[in-house]
Design a protein around this ligand. Structure first.
Ligand SMILES: CC(C)(COP(=O)(O)OP(=O)(O)OC[C@H]1O[C@@H](n2cnc3c(N)ncnc32)[C@H](O)[C@@H]1OP(=O)(O)O)[C@@H](O)C(=O)NCCC(=O)NCCS
Length: 154
């Protein structure tokens, strides 16, 4: 008799359509730190909690074959524009199209919600990242983004 059930099966096949699970929190924050996406004025724990309270289906996590988080995207929709945040692919997994897959998944989720346009912010001084987004179909919006802090995380 052949044992069929012994092969490892990840809970979700790569790639990356699974919403965040609470037990992944520390691993996802560590991923963001490795990808240099965290900032002292943004508490990532609070960022995750805010997202989960608003629309948990829009925090996407990509996992490796052992179901460990290796990629993420946080998507927002405010009824007018969609926004992409925390796009991250862990260093050793880059260049395999996982970032593109997450962006395309974000686009699909937004289109399903009737969102007409996806926006994102790139911190200044990252021309290669801007080129990356250009080849994914984004163009410069020729606007200056202004922000005003309403809740302090520090
Ligand atoms: C940006 C990031 C998510 C890209 O992830 P990735 O999985 O390596 O990207 P992909 O493999 O999907 O790349 C898609 C395409 O972009 C190209 N590309 C990747 N990085 C690029 C760059 N810096 N400049 C130009 N093109 C780039 C790839 O060659 C690929 O082209 P192809 O699909 O025609 O083969 C990843 O580098 C990352 O996590 N960076 C650190 C965090 C960060 O800066 N996030 C963005 C915050 S705004």
């Amino acid at each position: 008799m052949v044992a069929l059930a012994t092969a490892f099966r990840p809970r979700r096949p790569f790639f990356a359509h699974s919403p965040f699970r609470r037990e992944e929190r520390d691993a996802v924050i560590a991923l963001w730190q490795r990808c240099e996406l965290t900032r002292p004025w943004n508490d990532p724990v609070r960022d995750i909690e805010r997202k989960l309270s608003e629309d948990p289906a829009l925090l996407l996590i990509g996992a490796d074959e052992l179901d460990r988080p290796i990629a993420s995207a946080m998507v927002g929709y405010d009824g007018h524009r969609g926004w992409l945040y925390y796009l991250a692919v862990d260093t050793q997994w880059r260049g395999r199209g996982y970032g593109r897959a997450l962006v395309e998944r974000a686009e699909t989720l937004l289109i399903e919600r009737g969102c007409p346009k996806l926006m994102l912010m790139v911190r200044q001084g990252q021309p290669s990242l801007e080129r990356y987004y250009h080849q994914l179909g984004f163009s410069d919006s020729e606007t200056v983004t202004l922000g005003k802090r309403l809740i302090r995380d520090e």
